[in-house]
Design a protein around this ligand. Structure first.
Ligand code: V47
Length: 381
């Protein structure tokens, strides 16, 4: 493999040797990945790991996002989605509306609902339990990936229950796994500026640990391209890697590009395509114990997400149907994509599309479009 790799940046050479020998990268190696401009060498290395793990397969899913409320007490500077109650644009769905929304907008049977929302000052924890129960009752075949660690921390606060109890109650109600949002950058210097009142990085990790201990898988994210340093990115990734060594509960990592429009950080420049691909590649190389790296097309744009499939990513996410968080922050991508469009992106990149469920089990479709999940497969770690 070395023969095919031309390294322009000599600082990458020892890192490349380590990667090719299957070794674990250090903090300093991580900095070298972020500091290089030799994007092709970086991408080649990440692609070699991606192909070692997943061959030519690229995963996608048929999913639907649901955001029950945008009312939020956190007022994060990074966010354009949250609203105060009773201001123009603020909304909170009654449960029947959530159930109606869940059933709407998809042309074929979804296998996942991705449910996240604001930290609402008045909704009780029962609202969320009833939401999960109601969805499970109406859509028993759909995987419920709901509530970030930040929302779980907030439910613990309003109920005065330990996070473990909150998670257990949600699990009993029908919660299947948790999405990866709210992680941002764990370092307190950054959190103080971009999401001052949010769950700390340490608590985010602790809640993820607890969820994994209870048998709930989760994803993880990192929000990049705002005020964070390269050191803070590497620190974030290595904290995730350390927790994954303990629990093996993370399924997928999603680097999220910051969209500044309509946020209190609107003066910051937008992240570039170069930085997007660097983050995909660096995370594939540093997170050696994460099974999957997702190129979330909504935030990367389908164009960059497609290229990312050759820079370390093995997943392009899904149909989504209705995205609000990025679109409130000025995303110009579509709110959803049809399966045929995802297939085109994947095939044109020379990858073999495989429909998956949330836990990366292969999905086949019956003649009438219903999903059949291959339950003999476990999470592909
Ligand atoms: O936690 C909020 C980010 C996240 C902005 O688990 C912003 O499969 C950029 O976590 N610009 C929510 N980002 C999205 C998320 C996610 C997305 C897709 C798949 C999965 C998964 C998880 O979006 C938030 C925050 O980090 N965010 N505002 C913004 N202005």
């Amino acid at each position: 493999m070395t023969g095919q790799l031309t390294i322009e940046d000599k600082r990458l050479a020892p890192v490349a040797e380590k990667v090719q020998a299957g070794g674990r990268l250090t903090f300093e190696d991580g900095l070298a990945l972020y500091r290089t401009h030799d994007l092709l060498a970086l991408g080649w290395l990440a692609n070699s790991v991606r192909e070692r793990l997943h061959g030519n397969v690229c995963y996608y899913n048929i999913n639907r996002h649901i955001n029950p409320t945008n009312v939020c007490v956190a007022h994060c500077r990074l966010c354009a989605f949250g609203r105060d109650p009773n201001v123009p644009g603020a909304y909170t769905m009654a449960l029947e509306e959530v159930f109606r929304t869940a059933a709407s907008g998809s042309t074929e049977a979804v296998t996942e609902f991705h449910i996240v929302g604001g930290l609402h000052p008045d909704l009780t924890f029962d609202y969320y339990l009833d939401l999960i129960r109601g969805l499970k009752q109406r859509f028993p075949q759909v995987h419920l990936k709901a509530f970030t660690m930040v929302e779980i921390g907030y439910f613990a606060k309003i109920t005065k229950l330990p996070a473990r109890e909150v998670l257990l109650k949600l699990k009993q109600a029908g919660l299947d796994s948790l999405p990866g949002g709210g992680a941002e950058i764990f370092h307190p210097r950054v959190r103080k500026v971009i999401c001052d009142h949010k769950t700390s990085g340490q608590l985010w990790l602790q809640i993820a640990r607890t969820a994994h201990e209870l048998g709930l898988h989760s994803n993880a994210t990192m929000l990049y391209g705002h005020i964070e340093t390269e050191e803070e990115r590497v620190d974030h990734l290595l904290k995730l890697r350390a927790l994954q060594d303990e629990t093996r509960g993370f399924v997928c990592f999603i680097p999220l590009a910051f969209h500044p429009e309509n946020t209190a950080l609107a003066h910051l420049p937008k992240p570039t395509g170069f930085l997007d691909l660097k983050n995909i590649a660096a995370s594939r190389l540093l997170l050696d114990n994460f099974p999957h790296i997702k190129a979330y097309w909504i935030m990367l744009t389908p164009r960059i997400a497609q290229v990312a499939l050759r820079f370390g990513a093995d997943d392009i996410d899904g149909t989504v149907v209705e995205e609000k968080i990025y679109h409130d922050a000025g995303a110009t991508t579509a709110q959803g994509l049809r399966r045929s469009e995802l297939l085109r992106l994947i095939r044109e990149a020379g990858r073999e599309p495989v429909e998956r469920d949330t836990l990366y089990r292969a999905v086949t479709r019956t003649a009438d479009g219903q999903a059949r999940i291959d339950t003999t497969l476990t999470v592909n770690v």
